[in-house]
Write a protein that binds this ligand. Structure first.
Ligand SMILES: *[C@@H]1O[C@H](CO)[C@@H](O)[C@H](O)[C@H]1NC(C)=O
Ligand SMILES: *[C@@H]1O[C@H](CO)[C@@H](O)[C@H](O)[C@H]1NC(C)=O
Ligand SMILES: *[C@@H]1O[C@H](CO)[C@@H](O)[C@H](O)[C@H]1NC(C)=O
Ligand SMILES: *[C@@H]1O[C@H](CO)[C@@H](O)[C@H](O)[C@H]1NC(C)=O
Ligand SMILES: *[C@@H]1O[C@H](CO)[C@@H](O)[C@H](O)[C@H]1NC(C)=O
Ligand SMILES: *[C@@H]1O[C@H](CO)[C@@H](O)[C@H](O)[C@H]1NC(C)=O
Ligand SMILES: *[C@@H]1O[C@H](CO)[C@@H](O)[C@H](O)[C@H]1NC(C)=O
Ligand SMILES: *[C@@H]1O[C@H](CO)[C@@H](O)[C@H](O)[C@H]1NC(C)=O
Length: 431
């Protein structure tokens, strides 16, 4: 019987062009050399060797694109040394890669413990590899899906971010090398906090920050339709395409330390680089230091915010902006004419690591809340839609400022009041 099944599968998977198959059952297995192909024949899954590396990995790539472009890898950290492995569904209903002597190389990490009668694996048209019950085909019931465990590529429909119910945190991590898919120290994910932000990390250091979600978009991203969802269950961002025939991918690329968007140009049979982040010097995290504003058109790009001066004028003159800026005049907490707020427009909102937010407060309440706490250094609306609503306040030095690529949000920075500033002291006394 076992022999019969093996022979049967051999025949089943051999003529791949005639029999493009997108599913596999528990009674079948996918040996090295065979592939699954999505129904629309856009994506293909199988074992491959990247670049000059002879190791074998299970991965997903574009079937019709001659330059092998891998979008997902299963056993990133467990390369296989020979071509004798196979993918199958084990008796517990998990997806497993077994080597020739049945050693477990990799296994899918189910998010649900639910057992199903007839599990199948399917490569969907979206490029998502899913494990599901043969008879049930809806998103909610997947036992496991590759989209939950991204490699270096974000395809349309994939999510970056958190499932708060089970703690799953979907992050992208670049390949270590062009021929080594193991996760490098270049990652992209959502940092939860008072306001979630998309952050790219180089090792443990912040490299790029999207700016907090302000109701319309992450303050600096507008290149593609980006949807942001924040509920009690989930915090994630994703993108979808209006035109399904456009082939596009976002990839985290460690060789240039950049997050790149590529579009496939069928006429020229080539990937065209459409955009990349960081876009310019000012996108580099906190280039100008605390209270330093980055103006990409200027040379040098760093200028202290209105009301601030370089903390160390000598290093500032030498283009070392790391120490940032300090108030030019003496500031005294809650002291009349020594404390107030200046409205600064068109800035990317500062790093929200040390911040607090509430959807309920008005901008006036927000100002008072900030003013009452001597560690508060700035406030702003949380949501800029319509007239603006909600309150965000910052504590400590304001970090990673630049001129926003899409202006539209005002930041009220605490400083000794100037003629144009808000004197909160007076404002509170009047109430
Ligand atoms: C890949 O291998 C080929 C043939 O051995 C060699 O010529 C080439 O330099 C290698 N490429 C890299 C980047 O190592
Ligand atoms: C199976 O093969 C791998 C190498 O291919 C080897 O490291 C491992 O020890 C083998 N396991 C058994 C149980 O033979
Ligand atoms: C997956 O495996 C890791 C360790 O390998 C474990 O920490 C985690 O809880 C597992 N489950 C999920 C859903 O990731
Ligand atoms: C979708 O994109 C394809 C390829 O770029 C193009 O040929 C087609 O006209 C587009 N369709 C629409 C409705 O924009
Ligand atoms: C990384 O960027 C370089 C230079 O733009 C490009 O040649 C290479 O193909 C990119 N790698 C990936 C994985 O997209
Ligand atoms: C294809 O390449 C040619 C020559 O480089 C260029 O002129 C043309 O604009 C390209 N076509 C598209 C659709 O980008
Ligand atoms: C904010 O307002 C909503 C609805 O008015 C209310 O349910 C909620 O408790 C308020 N939250 C806080 C923190 O006051
Ligand atoms: C000011 O805010 C900080 C940070 O949230 C907090 O630790 C501190 O207790 C607050 N001080 C007052 C007086 O409320």
């Amino acid at each position: 019987m076992a022999k019969f099944i093996t022979t049967f599968l051999f025949l089943l998977f051999l003529p791949s062009s005639l029999l493009a198959i997108d599913t596999m059952t528990q009674f079948q297995s996918l040996p090295d050399g065979s592939t699954l192909v999505s129904e629309d024949e856009i994506f293909e899954m199988g074992f491959f060797s990247p670049g000059n590396n002879s190791n074998r990995y299970l991965g997903i790539w574009y079937k019709g694109i001659p330059v092998r472009t891998v979008v997902w890898v299963a056993n990133r950290e467990n390369p296989i040394k020979d071509s004798s492995s196979k993918l199958s569904i084990n008796s517990e209903g998990r997806l497993v890669i077994l080597s020739h002597n049945e050693t477990l190389v990799w296994s899918s990490n189910s998010t649900t413990q639910r057992q199903v009668n007839s599990p199948i694996v399917q490569l969907l048209n979206s490029g998502n590899l899913v494990l599901r019950d043969e008879k049930v085909n809806d998103f909610e019931s997947y036992l496991w899906q590759s989209f939950d465990y991204p490699s270096d590529t974000l395809l349309p429909g994939m999510k970056i971010g958190w499932n708060l119910k089970n703690g799953l945190n979907r992050q992208l991590s670049a390949w270590k090398n062009w021929d080594d898919p193991s996760p490098g120290d270049f990652t992209w994910g959502i940092v939860l906090g008072t306001t979630p932000e998309l952050v790219i990390w180089k090792g443990t250091t912040k490299y790029y920050r999207s700016g907090p979600w302000n109701g319309e978009r992450f303050t600096s991203i507008a290149l593609f339709q980006l949807e942001f969802v924040s509920t009690n269950d989930e915090v994630f961002t994703t993108y979808n395409l209006d035109n399904k025939s456009v082939i596009t991918r976002l990839v985290l690329n460690k060789s240039v330390y950049s997050r790149q968007r590529y579009n496939w140009i069928p006429e020229n049979q080539t990937w065209r680089l459409y955009s990349s982040v960081p876009r310019d010097n000012c996108d580099n995290y906190n280039l100008c230091g605390a209270y330093g504003n980055c103006l990409v058109q200027e040379s040098p790009p760093c200028k202290c915010l209105t009301g601030f001066k370089p903390k160390s004028p000598r290093s500032w003159e030498a283009f070392d902006w790391t120490e940032g800026c300090m108030q030019s005049e003496e500031w005294k907490c809650k002291v009349k004419n020594r404390d107030g707020f200046e409205k600064l427009s068109g800035l990317k909102m500062p790093d929200t690591t040390k911040s607090w937010a509430s959807k309920n407060l008005t901008l006036d309440d927000c100002r008072i809340k900030c003013w009452k706490n001597c560690s508060c250094t700035a406030y702003a609306n949380l949501d800029i839609r319509e007239e603006g609503s909600g309150c965000q306040i910052w504590f400590g030095d304001l970090m990673d400022l630049r001129v926003a690529s899409i202006p539209g949000q005002d930041l009220y920075v605490r400083m000794p009041v100037s003629a144009t500033g808000f004197n909160v002291n007076v404002l509170v006394v009047n109430k």
